[in-house]
Design a binder for this molecule. Structure first.
Ligand code: PBG
Length: 328
């Protein structure tokens, strides 16, 4: 076995998987403050951006060859409410950000989350009644939110809320609005994970959520068969692509889904996964760049067609410095 590992050129010849810029989706945060860039302490290297700064970074992403960016809004606290009405304001921050990016870079794909958590004062993804996140009433709001984001120019709508029937409801609403070309990327197997902490810091939902959790709608990390049922439902309801989230702790789920359905299957290297690598790197305990690339390559090996990662721009730049095969 070692003869084929002896030289770098030989290793390149037999590499079965590699990362390419075509695999990368870059999540970014936009805020409404005068500050161009506000660092997120729990996500080293990630800033909350003003729309101007977002435009500059979106340009960098496009130049680096990244096909799609995912924009998440940081909504001012005074605009948050129990029912998250700001989500349905066509002039809200996310709609303005999407419109600005699409005007500047029509060829760069833009994706947006369909969920209420950035907009609710309780931090949940849906409407709450008697302490419970209600399903069908939430679907009505999500459907409207999806149409508003689509009208602002979003190319890919990504329901991340884990309500039952959301993909079908959103697909119907889009069709009725004459928006049947819109793509839906379903956060199909989304687990109630401890790894979303830094994201919730970034969008400010951590303080709203307090000690509450999302276990009545996000999946139980103990389950695997259930993920296949979630994906089957989302595909039958009209999803174009499905996602597994988090990534590295759920490689088995990714593998099973890709094997079972052969549909475009994405993985989200979530905030906590990124932060762990960065933090260990800051302590000098490992090489963070090598660990990050290895993590993304593992997601590819497990079957991911594309990966959301906060390191996407760094990785894309690194890939452009060498041929794709060198990177392995
Ligand atoms: C919101 C949403 C979350 C993430 C993406 N969309 C957080 C949550 O469900 O609480 C997490 C992403 C990350 O941790 O990087 N629905």
């Amino acid at each position: 076995m070692r003869r084929n590992r002896k030289d770098a050129w030989n290793r390149r010849l037999i590499a079965e998987n590699y990362l390419s810029v075509n695999d990368l989706i870059w999540p970014v945060f936009v805020h409404d403050k005068d500050v161009a860039r506000e660092p997120v302490p729990s996500l080293p290297g990630v800033d909350r951006l003003s729309i101007d700064a977002l435009l500059s970074d979106a340009g960098e992403a496009k130049n680096a060859g990244i096909p799609l960016i995912a924009i998440f809004p940081v909504i001012n606290a005074d605009l948050k409410s129990p029912r998250g009405e700001e989500a349905l304001n066509p002039e809200n921050l996310i709609c303005r950000a999407v419109a600005a990016v699409k005007a500047a870079y029509p060829d760069l794909g833009v994706m947006t989350d369909v969920a209420l958590d950035p907009f609710t004062d309780h931090g949940h993804d849906g409407l709450v009644k008697n302490g419970y996140v209600v399903n069908d009433e939430t679907l009505e709001v999500l459907s409207k939110q999806a149409v508003i984001q689509a009208e602002a120019g979003s190319d890919v709508l990504a329901p991340s809320d884990m309500m039952d029937g959301r993909v079908g409801a959103i697909r119907n609403a889009l069709d009725s609005a004459g928006l049947s070309d819109l793509r839906i990327l379903a956060y199909a197997a989304k687990y109630a994970s401890a790894l979303y902490g830094p994201f919730r810091d970034a969008v400010g939902s951590a303080s709203s959520l307090g000690t509450a959790d999302k276990k009545t709608y996000q999946m139980d990390p103990a389950n695997s068969d259930e993920a296949l049922r979630e994906v089957a439902l989302d595909i039958s309801e009209g999803a174009d692509m499905v996602m597994v989230k988090p990534g590295i702790f759920y490689l088995d789920i990714l593998w099973r889904i890709k094997e079972a359905f052969s549909v475009p299957t994405f993985a989200y290297q979530v905030s906590g996964e990124y932060a762990m690598v960065k933090a260990a790197g800051e302590k000098g305990w490992l090489d963070p760049e090598a660990a990050m690339s290895e993590a993304l390559l593992s997601l590819k090996r497990a079957g991911a067609d594309a990966i959301l990662s906060y390191s996407a721009l760094d990785i894309a730049r690194k890939l452009s410095e060498c041929s794709p095969k060198d990177s392995t």
